[in-house]
Design a protein around this ligand. Structure first.
Ligand code: HEM
Ligand code: HEM
Ligand SMILES: [Fe+2]
Length: 472
């Protein structure tokens, strides 16, 4: 396929996007295995048990998002700085090293699965920390690759132009990489281990990744609809201040029941309840900018600028998804008075799916389309039937899974926690209630819908350049 990208940095970005899309496929397949096991517990018993399928599912999620993030930054860097990325050759080496390491880690997860739970297991097989289970050797490899990436971003920004978006990204990526180190300690005290582990998980998603997608969406609004840079960057700074403020102390909503002091109840309740505020602001901001630009252009007798409808559709979806998944579904269970009932139920999984998909996966899929537009060299990319089907089925699938999981969680809250006092027996009774069983059936159906949506998406990414609407 012809590649019309002139910057090596953008080409590298697209390489990252390709692996990200493949890993998203792997994530969905392993999610389906885990989903089938809820309905047919004997499925792949002792071949690929639930704990392994679930581990591969959520680690694939983290890793594909990492790929999409690095890809996005390499992709937009030349636009913002006006120069080729410094050290892009080293960046390519980093890409191959990371991809080799990820392949080895996944093969070990699937073929070796578990070890004797000693230091050799920790170094070679799996660290046992949910979402960041990579063994210690891979941790060190990831740190090296990320250091190359950070160095490239910093050196390029210092040499070229430094816009507000780049400045925010520089600070944000440093925080994001630094936090990973908090997940590499090993302590035998489970409370302490969880305490630091949340620094990675919570501070990643609710502080650094939120700021990251805000920067990306800001850049994309300028690119696709010609939004005013000053307005976009002003909101970005406000969001940075608010998200870092509420997001950092909001970590208290994970310190309710892990053996940390009780003052976290108040801190967690107050600050995490404030977290949706910047999310709403982001949502209003995207809609406002869009309407305003369109209005001004219409007034001047021009057609509002819009040069990539599929990407824009996913970006707008991501603003909605962020607001719903993180803001609304997060707020539902963030107060300790609620969380004491919902903690660790399928309700948490409902929120986890909608938030990750809505806030981050959707924004990164939008970036895949930005990459496709650049590669094809098309001034304008229009959506096709497959673009619409991919978007519709992925959204229906994930929202459908979320609703099913919310119902399952509600059943657990009612039966296991409220009525039966959260005993061991109550846990099993609620897991066998009709609500729970039916919800798990529906989750599986909706999981299949999600997978079909993904197939449309991949087909579209590969063929949109040849479609009729884009070749008139
Ligand atoms: C895009 C941003 C977000 C993402 C991707 C996200 C994702 C997740 C995930 C995956 C979990 C489960 C972690 C585990 O395995 O235990 C979780 C837990 C939680 N999230 Fe979020 N979240 C986001 C934002 C928020 C916001 C804004 C709030 C509050 C307003 C929130 C409130 C919570 C709470 C209270 C829990 C703990 C649930 C429990 O006790 O079981 N989240 N989140
Ligand atoms: C084919 C579609 C999918 C299926 C069938 C599926 C299924 C599952 C299952 C069975 C679990 C384990 C839940 C548990 O431990 O009770 C899980 C966890 C999880 N999945 Fe999915 N999933 C799918 C797609 C996705 C997508 C698209 C995302 C996000 C972009 C995602 C993010 C997560 C997260 C964050 C968790 C951990 C949740 C928690 O512990 O609270 N999954 N998934
Ligand atoms: Fe959190």
């Amino acid at each position: 396929m012809a590649n019309n990208l002139t910057y090596e940095s953008k080409k590298l970005g697209v390489m990252y996007f390709s692996v990200a899309a493949a890993l998203l496929g792997a994530q969905l397949l392993f999610g389906l295995v885990a989903g089938i096991q809820f309905v047919f517990p004997g499925f792949l018993f002792e071949v690929l048990d639930f704990n392994v399928a679930r581990m591969v599912h959520i680690n694939a999620l983290v890793v594909w998002l990492l790929y999409a993030m690095i890809g996005s930054v390499y992709y937009l860097l030349p636009d913002e700085t006006g120069i080729e990325t410094v050290g892009v050759g080293l960046g390519k080496l980093g890409f191959y090293v990371l991809t080799l390491a990820v392949t080895v880690v996944v093969l070990v997860y699937i073929l070796v699965q578990v070890g004797p739970a000693n230091h050799a297991t920790l170094w070679l097989i799996n660290e046992g920390r949910e979402y960041i289970e990579a063994p210690r050797w891979a941790d060190i490899g990831i740190v090296v690759v990320v250091l190359i990436f950070l160095a490239n971003v910093y050196l390029t920004a210092i040499k070229g132009e430094r816009t507000g978006i780049i400045t925010v990204l520089m600070a944000d990526l440093l925080a994001l990489a630094g936090l990973y180190l908090a997940g590499m300690f090993y302590t035998e005290n489970i409370s302490m281990d969880q305490y630091w582990w949340w620094w990675v998980i919570h501070l990643w998603v609710e502080a650094t990744w939120e700021v990251f997608v805000a920067s990306i969406i800001g850049w994309a609004l300028i690119k696709t609809i010609g939004a005013n840079r000053q307005i976009v960057e002003m909101w970005l700074w406000i969001e940075v201040a608010m998200l870092f403020g509420s997001g950092i102390l909001g970590i208290g909503h994970h310190y309710f029941w892990i053996g940390t002091p009780e003052y976290w109840w108040e801190i967690g309740a107050l600050f995490s309840a404030l977290e949706p505020v910047p999310l709403v602001a982001m949502f209003v901001h995207v809609m406002y900018d869009w309407g305003k630009e369109a209005g001004i252009k219409k007034g001047a007798g021009e057609k509002p600028m819009m040069n990539n409808t599929p990407a824009f559709m996913w970006f707008v979806g991501s603003a909605f998804g962020n607001f719903l998944g993180a803001g609304v579904w997060g707020f539902f269970h963030t107060l300790p008075q609620m969380n004491i009932y919902t903690h660790g139920t399928q309700f948490t999984a409902a929120h986890g799916h909608l938030a990750f998909f809505g806030a981050f996966a959707m924004a990164m899929i939008a970036m895949f389309y930005m990459g496709v537009q650049g590669t094809t060299g098309k001034k304008e990319l229009k959506m096709t039937f497959a673009s619409k089907m991919g978007f519709a089925l992925l959204c229906i699938g994930v929202v459908g899974m979320t609703v099913s999981l919310t119902i399952a969680g509600y059943g657990q809250v009612m039966v296991e926690r409220a009525q039966m006092g959260a005993t061991w027996e109550a846990y099993f009774i609620s897991q066998n209630s009709h609500w729970f069983l039916q919800a798990m059936g529906w989750r599986l159906v909706m999981g299949v819908v999600t997978l079909v949506g993904f197939l449309y998406l991949v087909y579209d990414l590969l063929t949109i350049r040849n479609s009729k609407v884009n070749n008139q």
